[in-house]
Design a protein around this ligand. Structure first.
Ligand code: SF4
Ligand code: SF4
Length: 78
């Protein structure tokens, strides 16, 4: 399983990630980031297949894909 994270203040709204996401999941938010750009975001994260194409395309390293280890049964040390 993967988790996608956007570092919104690093985004310059170039839309490269939007162009290359094979699932068309990425949009620009209507809010502004600290740099004055509309940052890229994903609303429907459960549809993300974790291909990391968006992260590789981003010239500003604003997207991180994290692998979440599969947990079996109840959490340990919960
Ligand atoms: S990891 Fe792949 S599917 Fe998920 S948002 Fe990025 S490009 Fe789209
Ligand atoms: S490729 Fe990077 S800088 Fe460009 S819109 Fe996507 S997250 Fe922002």
């Amino acid at each position: 399983m993967t988790k996608i994270m956007f570092h919104e203040d690093a985004c310059k709204g170039c839309e490269l990630c939007i162009e290359f996401c094979p699932k068309n999941l990425i949009t620009l938010a209507s809010r502004f980031n600290d740099k004055g750009f509309h940052p890229a975001t994903v609303e429907n994260t459960d549809k993300c297949v974790g291909c990391a194409i968006c992260a590789r395309m981003c010239p500003d390293v604003a997207i991180e894909i994290e692998e979440i280890p599969f947990e079996r049964g109840a959490a340990v040390n919960a």
